[in-house]
Design a protein around this ligand. Sequence first.
Ligand code: NAP
Length: 626
Amino acid sequence: MTFADADLDAALAGAHIPSLLAALVHLAGDARHLADFDRPVYEFFGDGQGNLSADQQDRARTLARRLLIAHRDGAPLSSRPAEAAVRAAMDFIAGVDIPPNYVAFLTNELGLDGPEARRLAVPIDAPAAAKAEFPVIVIGAGMSGLLMATALADAGLPFTVIEANADVGGTWFANRYPGVRVDTPNHLYSYSFATEQAWPKLYSTGDVLHDYFARFADAKGLRQHIRFSTRVEAATWDAGAGVWHVRLDTGETLTARAVVSAVGQLNVPKYPDLPGTFAGPAFHSARWDASVDLADKRVAVIGTGASAFQFVPEIAPVVGHLSVFQRTPPWLGPTPDYHDATPAATQWLIDHVPFYANWWRFWLFWMLTDGILAAVTRDPGWTGAGAISPVNDELRQALTGYVAAQVEDRPDLLAKLIPGYPPGGKRMLRDNGVWVNALKRPNVDLITERVVALEPNGVRLASGAIAEADVLIYGTGFTASDFLSTMTVTGEGGRDLHEGWAGDARAYLGMTVPGFPNFFMIYGPNTNIVVNGSTIFFSECAVTYIAGALKLLVERGVTAMAPKAPVHDAFNVRVDAANAEMAWGAAGVDSWYKSASGRVSQNWPFALVDYWNTTRKPEEADFEIK
Ligand code: NAP
């Protein structure tokens, strides 16, 4: 390792001190130095330095300087300090004593043995001929489908991926609206075994993410297995032959021993059910029509969810006039660096300080995951409005203050911008001020009156007034509760998956359904997260589990496995009870997380560690195996 002292000093000035101190455990060989520092105490939306005093931060930099220069000049690295030292560093960086049941999970997440050691490889110990007789069809080549394909390639099973789009990337291929970007920090939003250390921004834009997944598909040689621009219309279980017949929109029918749906939840646009017809160009955020020139036009946007929140600030300076129709305001989470380039100091530390990247990712993981669950869990003794517990109310006050500070010069906006539902009821949107700035522009109106109809020249409001527009953009989200709605799935005895669900999708661990042998879902029912973490984590867990199921089928030479109905039902009872305790399950909170019946059909209500633990491998006792 070589570097100039001046570069080191510049980088240390911008270090995340808790990550730096944790990383120093590898240089020091033990965790002795952590005792010289206060354990970080993090605040909602603080600077992340855990309230370490300026003096302590300086001492941390001085220590790091000494150890790093010694290492550069020849001192060896203790790449794997004793387990107790790693535990001490985990407790330190998290700012709490990490519960024992989290240790294996978080050690895996930390990835000290290198990214390749974290691969999802689930080797299948079977003759090549047995594997050759077990073709698998994966539906979708987005983030989850590519993961599943990688696991299948590793396991040596033949597979075909059917992808409706012309390229890989799923949501990052489909969503091309101005401003589209991830809202999970990118150093966390990446496969755990294919971490990218040179993200140009802390939160990448859609094109950069699409490029990441496209490069991943290339590097793994997956494209040769993918049939692009092809849709699955139907999948039918043939119990006699023990296979699925998968009909494509090309007219072909493929046969597979197992089917894995990786179609995602947020891809079928939802359009409001409004009477009338608009005469001008109209499109949905996920079907952005770049051929429509918005310059100087009167544009109407319906919806103020995560998508509109990103494109409204981009188009506001371009359009002539913008009417933003809001039914429910979102909570805004202060994220001043949301649009920032990755700071040079951060990149330098990632590149030069051994294990800094691991610990920084670990910190992002912890802070965004189970660390925040308590703030969105109901306190049965709490009776106040707009919150579900004292800590949730504390969050509400902090977030309200954050918005109020932004509209001091426009008090008329304040009431419109404060949600009535508790923080965590819907996904909080990362905000660096551009949303409110856009709404404050003289050419922008935030309209909270209900839209009741389309008119040729605009939209009609409940009062009868017509808001005129030349272009209409729907930021109205997706039909997320209608899982797998673009295909028919027929299981044992001719059972139709959607008929069985009756609009209320359920599955065991989000992946399997009784009566549908060898049929698996990634990002299926109750595997979405609201506040805690990255969907990539869930997909990795699901793929590990599904690969384990395929291993069981192939190694045992059995034909079919489907979850036992009582196991599935009991799991869903637990899920429903737990979701009722969370902010997103609260009465009066209406969102895409709930099906038409009001049941939370999307979200995982438990800790991430619970999903990790239950998805290490399938429990044979949970399944009917034939
Ligand atoms: P969304 O969160 O479902 O928001 C849809 C918006 O349209 C809401 O404001 C909704 O109001 C409104 N709406 C729906 N139907 C309406 C109607 N008939 N009349 C008036 N308003 C109506 O959809 P989204 O913004 O596309 O985001 C969906 C999800 O995608 C997000 O929750 C997030 O998980 C993901 N996403 C993530 C990012 C990111 O930053 N990485 C970006 C975009 C999307 P109500 O709230 O009152 O229903």
